[in-house]
Design a protein around this ligand. Structure first.
Ligand SMILES: [Zn+2]
Ligand SMILES: [Zn+2]
Length: 321
């Protein structure tokens, strides 16, 4: 099968089809999404070597439990041991023995086929087309914020970053508060949010708006993928407010943390989230992420797709596998 393999550089290769282990399904990948994490992996994040990719929708083509055959699925990306103290405490996503699809010791989704444990899979309701279902993983990551902090209808929330994840977070926050501001540098990306009635500002406009204590947001979500975003988040957050960190970098940022102490800010790190809630939102049509797809490539042109995804003006690039 064709697969995009990373070993210091991304390389489209011919590889043997993966063989499912006990409890795993063989999944034919239909559509896969390129994420910022994939771009960070190319820069050296996690020191990953293997088939890239973790966002996908696919069809089960082999499984011991034959009731799964032919089913359209999305898959949680963390594969836990199931028996350590963290797994037993329900923290499988933090299992120290875990592998992570296309990120840590597990062959990923930029391929014709992948394998995942059946326990990681979620059925995709029929009314969710592949182009929406491929967003389940990043949408779940956006929803994770609401598993961690409360956001009320009057809470002032700022999202910094108008990349793929920033926009999804903004669409999620917009369902929960009427006081949302999104800060970004790309008017054409922000226009997707403005179409939903979301207030969008440039960095300088936001700096002005958030200069007075009375207007500082209670919650700032940092989703720029850039260390400068963290500095701004700490500057803009209201005293005793919360800063949610969604970015992971290959680079190690140097940031002055004294505002965290002086303003008594709560820092919340936030990673993967609840797939069932993401699927519900997509099925109910509360969020339509399809305007975020800026281009589609066949798997055979995966290298070109990755180059495209790295361009400043692109959002979600998907691979038809
Ligand atoms: Zn991702
Ligand atoms: Zn474990």
């Amino acid at each position: 099968m064709k697969a995009l393999f990373f070993d210091g550089k991304p390389d489209l290769k011919e590889l043997p089809e993966p063989v499912p282990e006990r409890g795993e399904a063989l999944i034919k990948v239909l559509l896969a999404g390129i994420c910022n994490t994939d771009i960070e992996i190319v820069k050296g994040y996690m020191g990953f070597k293997g088939v890239m990719g973790h966002e996908f929708v696919g069809e089960v083509v082999d499984a011991e439990d034959t009731s799964w055959l032919g089913k359209r699925v999305v898959g949680e990306i963390n594969i836990a041991c199931g028996s350590c103290s963290l797994c037993k405490a329900g923290l499988q996503r933090h299992c120290p023995e875990r592998t992570v699809l296309g990120i840590l010791s597990k062959e990923g989704a930029f391929a014709e086929y992948l394998t995942l444990p059946l326990s990681n899979l979620h059925l995709v309701p029929e009314n969710i087309p592949d182009e929406k279902a491929v967003f389940t993983e990043p949408l779940a990551a956006a929803l994770q914020i609401l598993e961690q902090i409360q956001v009320g209808p009057d809470d002032r929330v700022a999202v910094i970053g108008d990349g793929k994840l920033g926009l999804l977070i903004a669409l999620v926050m917009h369902l929960h508060t009427g006081n949302l501001v999104v800060v970004g540098k790309h008017p054409e990306k922000l226009s997707i949010l403005q179409a939903s009635g979301i207030t969008c500002l440039s960095v300088s406009e936001a700096s002005e708006r958030f200069s007075s204590s009375a207007d500082k947001p209670e919650v700032v979500v940092e989703a720029t993928g850039n260390p400068e975003g963290l500095r701004l988040a700490l500057e803009w957050a209201r005293p005793c407010g919360t800063v949610v960190l969604k970015s992971t970098f290959a680079e190690k940022p140097r940031v002055d943390l004294s505002p965290v102490v002086i303003k008594e800010i709560t820092l919340v790190g936030s990673r993967c989230g609840p797939f069932p809630k993401a699927l519900d939102i997509l099925a109910e049509g509360k969020i339509d992420p399809r305007p975020l797809i800026t281009s589609e490539y066949p798997l055979a042109q995966a290298e070109a797709a990755l180059d495209e995804a790295m361009k400043k003006d692109s959002l979600k690039v998907v691979l038809r596998c």
